[in-house]
Design a protein around this ligand. Sequence first.
Ligand code: FES
Ligand code: FES
Length: 174
Amino acid sequence: MHLVSFRLNGDERSLAVEPRRTLLDALRVDLGLTGTKKVCDMGDCGACTVLVDGRAVYSCLILTVDCEDREVTSIEGLGLADPASTNGEAALDPVQRAFIETDAYQCGFCTPGQIMSITALLSEQRAPSEDEIRRAISGNLCRCGAYQNIVRAGQRAAELFATTAATSPTGGPR
Ligand code: FES
Ligand code: FES
């Protein structure tokens, strides 16, 4: 077992893991953060997308031991730094709010990964074009075919970010 230390959703975490333990299994099984979804477990679907040092990665393809000293953000980490948060609704990240406003999901299973990919995009590009949004989610499969509204959610999230001054835990807009 290896002791790994990294920053997760703003908190310092240390975890003893086998060298083969993926970040996805560490999050879901060892840390109980089940918002990150496990579907293909082989880099095909994007349901497991999280941010590592602000970049969207498939957590099923990265080993936990490779996260030493890195900044990991899962879907549970969005919205946590909102000082106005007093209840679940208020604690939602603008990207999460945008998904609700635009009805950008059906079963919702791909949604956390879609949200993380759009969050990564908006951290780098605050006013993305439709093409850039489509490219950002091109690695996130939606079996329900909700793509049209997912793109609208990306556009709406950019609007929400443009009207708020605060920044996210990842340093991007919120
Ligand atoms: S579960 Fe990681 S890409 Fe599908
Ligand atoms: S909303 Fe069902 S898989 Fe995307």
